[in-house]
Design a protein around this ligand. Structure first.
Ligand SMILES: [Fe+2]
Length: 367
């Protein structure tokens, strides 16, 4: 056995952890930029809790509340300019994947005056500012990963920054922040987390050390499917399981990365505005069928999820996601070309050919 495992994030999990963590924030500095979306951090109470903790320990802060869904480079540059103007010495990201990923890029750009090419290179002259991550959805896992996925208009796609320098130093995870999520967001984010757990096991970078967390994550998420397939909101204990499962799956992709499932999802989000988790869910059945024809290992994952076959998995996704988007012939060709430029394709074991990718897309979006 031979592997590397690196997980430097201090994780503090439980109800009310943010208001109890004033001393933890104090370790990071005396001036913070709080990076959020437009209003969910107000609705779920996370912003008020953070403000209370910061005020309690005398940290001055400003809020940048303009992070868009699937933020682009311009959006994070705008936030980084705010961080510089207030002399922030750390960044707090609050929200789903978009604000958390944005916070990491802001941390890089606040410390480095660099062009886009260097931003995506993962190598920086100055160390990015420390980031504290407060997730408010149970899906992204971004609070424990070294990735920031941004929309990059120059390549008409989403693109990932990967660097151990952007692991958050601290993740404050309170499942209660997900209580106000509606059913569609709950389903989409749960499927995103499930795809992280599944893909991390099917990556060329997968290691034995991530399997216990990935399997537990899959088991917990699939355990909520009875509720979610009826389109009922999860109970508070199911919410807690989903939040924990999402964090576990995040630790797995932190080691192994994602695969062609995410690579196919990115153009669906860029061109068709399909939600990230939903996009992964629409593609995963076809991906598992592709793998089933070429390798073993899929059956074991299905069993962990309590499913007997890839088609049973597909039925579950259909129940969760409803009617699928349809794609034109031109879109299928464009998306296939775009997917081939994504680096997570090379992460997939076995690596799919152009024809395989086109087949997975056609299977996932029947005309
Ligand atoms: Fe994802």
């Amino acid at each position: 056995m031979e592997f590397t495992y690196y997980m430097p994030v201090r994780v503090i999990f439980g109800k009310g952890v943010v208001t109890k963590s004033a001393a933890e924030f104090k370790r990071l500095g005396s001036r913070a930029l709080v990076v959020t979306g437009r209003n969910s951090a107000d609705v779920n109470g996370s912003m008020a809790d953070t403000a209370k903790a910061l005020e309690e320990c005398g940290i001055s802060y400003k809020r940048y509340g303009e992070i868009k869904p699937n933020p682009d480079v311009e959006n994070v540059r705008d936030a980084a300019a705010r961080a510089r103007s207030i002399g922030a010495d750390f960044i707090i990201g609050i929200g789903g994947g978009s604000p958390l990923d944005a916070a990491k890029a802001v941390a890089i750009l606040a410390a480095n005056d660099i062009d886009d090419e260097t931003l995506f290179s993962g190598t920086y002259t100055s160390r990015p500012l420390p980031v504290a991550a407060i997730p408010t959805t149970a899906g992204t896992g971004s609070e424990v990963t070294p990735y920031s996925i941004l929309t990059r208009r120059s390549i008409r796609n989403k693109k990932s920054i990967g660097s151990p320098l952007i692991f958050p130093v601290m993740a404050l995870i309170d499942p209660a922040y997900t209580y106000t999520l509606g059913i569609n967001s709950t389903i989409n984010t749960a499927i995103d987390a499930l795809s992280h757990a599944v893909e991390s096991c099917l990556s060329v970078r997968s290691t034995p050390a991530i399997k216990p967390a990935a399997y537990e994550s899959m088991r917990l998420i699939a355990g909520t499917f009875n509720t979610l397939r009826r389109h009922e909101l999860p109970s508070s204990s199911e919410r807690e399981s989903l939040m924990y499962a999402s964090m576990l799956a995040g630790t797995c992709i932190a080691q192994a990365g994602t695969t062609v499932v995410h690579a196919i999802g990115y153009p669906l989000t860029y061109y068709r505005n399909v939600d990230h988790g939903r996009a992964n869910g629409l593609v995963m059945h076809g991906f598992l069928k592709f793998l089933e024809r070429r390798s073993t290992g899929v059956q074991e994952l299905l069993e962990i999820m309590g499913m007997g076959s890839t088609d049973e998995f597909g039925t579950a996704m259909n129940d969760l996601l409803g009617a699928r988007e349809t794609l034109s012939e031109d879109e299928i060709k464009l998306f296939t070309d775009t997917v081939l430029t994504s680096k997570n394709v090379a992460n997939t074991l076995p690596q799919p050919s152009r024809q395989d990718i086109e087949e997975i897309i056609r299977f996932s979006f029947p005309g």
